[in-house]
Design a protein around this ligand. Structure first.
Ligand SMILES: Cc1ncc(COP(=O)(O)O)c(C=O)c1O
Length: 319
């Protein structure tokens, strides 16, 4: 589906018309993958449109930039404000997907140029539905283990949400889709399970929640962290550990987490049925707790919801 354009994008400190937020073809990031980004969701909660874990996403953006020595020329508070601005100025009252990106822009060409190219920063937002299909939330998806492995430690840092890492994700996801699966799972170079192309992975085995640890080439997902905290509330034991591939087939339940995928059950791996072949009870409980944050059934004890004042910044964009 093409991106449903909105009216404004925040670009280097200003709201500019959507079609004017463009970059030069010789921008460093386009050639060398030198960009870091985030993906957030804003939800229409009963009280307000609220951005989920805004400050945590902004912190991860700055962490990713730090690894690549990208100096973002704005403060975290300015990026938080930009995220709010693109939701309110575009009138995204049904909720939104928000995409901040910081990248080495147009300057000198070369992998490590003598003169640092300018760091450009943009934040866009648009309306977005279910990433893995509408029915997937209840019915689950069919996935495969990819023939492509995730990058080895000390090659590309998996904890950075950097554009270059998504070449690995593209190989995994394109292969899965070509073979008729909804998504692909990558193994780490030691052969243990890492994560989906754009999602973290959880298994339920004998009532315990298992997930690969950060050292297994996974992104430190914010939804992953959310689910771990909600599981603790529900007194479900969580273990971060090495997961052998075959445990995917033997799990009672399996699900993906991610800002895009939210909490999506997996019903088969490599055409082998997982558990009962549909969403299991632990997954459903965690889904209820997760989606409950946005419809008021789950109390936001952590201060994860950041309300957007939908009137405040519309004037700033002149709209
Ligand atoms: C490779 C990868 N793993 C995991 C995730 C899930 O992370 P989060 O829950 O922060 O969206 C994402 C999505 O951002 C991702 O791209």
């Amino acid at each position: 589906m093409p991106i449903p354009a909105t009216s404004h994008i925040w670009f280097n400190g200003k709201l500019v018309p959507w079609e004017k937020a463009t970059v030069h073809v010789l921008a460093h990031a386009l050639h060398y993958g030198s960009s870091v980004f985030e993906g957030l969701r804003a939800y229409a909660t009963p009280g307000a449109v609220a951005i989920f874990r805004l400050r945590d996403h902004t912190r991860r953006l700055f962490d990713s930039a730090k690894i690549y020595r990208i100096q973002i020329p704005f403060t975290p508070a300015q990026i938080d404000a930009a995220c709010r601005d693109v939701v309110s100025s575009n009138g995204l009252s049904n909720g939104a997907y928000i995409r901040p990106v910081a990248f080495r822009g147009y300057g000198e060409i070369g992998v490590a140029p003598k003169i640092e190219p300018p760091i450009d920063v943009a934040v866009a937002a648009w309306e977005w539905g279910k990433y893995l299909g509408k029915e997937s939330e209840a019915e689950g998806v069919d996935v495969c283990v990819s023939s492509w492995q995730r990058m080895a430690p000390n090659t590309l840092p998996a904890m950075a949400k950097a554009a270059g890492n998504y070449l690995s994700s593209q190989l995994i996801s394109l292969e899965a889709k070509r073979l008729g699966f909804a998504e692909g799972i990558g193994l780490a170079t030691d052969g243990t399970v890492s994560e989906g192309a754009g999602e973290n992975l959880f298994l339920v085995k004998d009532g315990v929640l298992l997930t690969p640890a950060l050292a297994h080439s996974v992104l430190g997902g914010i939804t992953r962290d959310t689910v771990m905290k909600l599981a603790a509330e529900l007194q479900i034991e969580v273990r971060e550990c090495a997961v052998p591939r075959e445990l995917l087939y033997l799990a009672d339940e399996l699900f993906f987490t991610g800002t895009a995928a939210e909490v999506t059950p997996i019903r088969s791996v490599d055409r082998i049925q997982v558990g009962a072949g549909r969403r299991g009870p632990v997954t459903e409980k965690l889904q209820q707790a997760f989606f409950g944050l946005f419809d008021g059934r789950t109390e936001d004890r952590w201060g994860w919801l950041d309300d957007v004042d939908m009137r405040r910044t519309r004037a700033a964009a002149g709209g």
